[in-house]
Design a protein around this ligand. Structure first.
Ligand code: NAI
Length: 247
């Protein structure tokens, strides 16, 4: 268990990819902060982390609000004394073709996906640089690299997360803080369950491995990037997409 004794914050961990990441890190020994807008649903993630024998902290937070994020990190430091791992996973979509995209939907997606990543990263960097150890993984998207019809806001936010990842990786490497991104392809979660069956079928045909991804496929990549084995990897974008994009 390479994460024994480590403290990990996973945002958007109430369901989907975030929950799978929380469980995977707990399986590897980490205590997990389940940070999400919805503390009711987070309770299920908390229960499975505890079932794995690790500690879990259920924190209600809106990552788009820096004051809430700061309060969350202060709460974690007070309860457990440190933060070793941050997984910026909370994310949303508000799809529309550009001419129909409302400014509020543009702003909301940027505020959660991009500003949320900025807020959480900024808030943990102080304790991480002080202890000369940190592992940050940002969940980007294949869409941030390829683009996707109806997702100008989302694609812009995820492309920005990739540029952010590389910059922060350069800035804090000397403090032994690594910053990487995982760019999932299409993963079977609530986010994609709303897609019409024919769209899913067309998507599937473009995936050499012939299926949508599972949250566990992403969790395994995150676990690797925060492990000791990945100590020399920083500023990297790890594509996990069944071969849909070979970048
Ligand atoms: P999901 O919709 O199943 O779960 C997202 C979680 O984030 C929810 O628990 C939600 O309450 C939480 N959340 C939303 N806004 C928040 C906020 N402002 N503050 C705190 N928590 C908030 O989504 P899914 O599919 O698990 O996605 C997780 C991440 O993976 C997102 O960043 C998404 O963009 C990314 N991703 C997902 C893909 C997919 O195909 N499902 C593909 C590529 C990337």
């Amino acid at each position: 268990m390479s994460l024994a004794g480590k403290v990990a914050i996973v945002t958007g961990a109430a369901q989907g990819i975030g929950r799978a990441v929380a469980e995977e890190l707990a399986r590897d020994g980490a205590d997990v902060v389940v940070a999400d807008l919805d503390p009711g649903r987070s309770q299920e993630t908390v229960a499975s982390v505890e079932k794995l024998g690790r500690r879990a902290l259920n924190v209600k937070v809106n990552v788009a609000d820096f004051n809430e994020v700061k309060a969350m990190v202060d709460q974690v430091l007070k309860a457990w004394g440190k933060v070793d791992v941050l997984v910026n996973n909370a994310g949303i979509t508000r799809d529309a073709l550009l001419l129909r995209m409302k400014e509020e939907d543009w702003n909301l997606v940027l505020q959660v996906n991009l500003n949320g990543t900025f807020h959480c990263t900024k808030a943990v960097l102080q304790p991480m640089t002080k202890q000369r150890y940190g592992r940050i993984v940002n969940i980007a998207s294949i869409v941030g690299v390829m683009g996707n019809v109806g997702q100008a806001n989302y694609a812009a936010s995820k492309a920005a997360v990739i540029g952010f990842t590389k910059t922060v990786a350069r800035e804090y490497a000397s403090r032994n803080v690594t910053v990487n991104a995982v760019a999932p392809g299409f993963i079977d979660t609530a986010m994609t369950q709303g897609l019409p069956a024919d769209v899913k079928e067309t998507l599937q045909k473009q995936i050499p491995l012939g299926r949508l991804g599972r949250p566990e496929d992403i969790a395994a990549a995150v676990r690797f990037l925060v492990s000791e084995e990945a100590a020399y990897i920083t500023g990297h974008v790890l594509h996990v997409n069944g071969g849909m994009l070979m970048a």
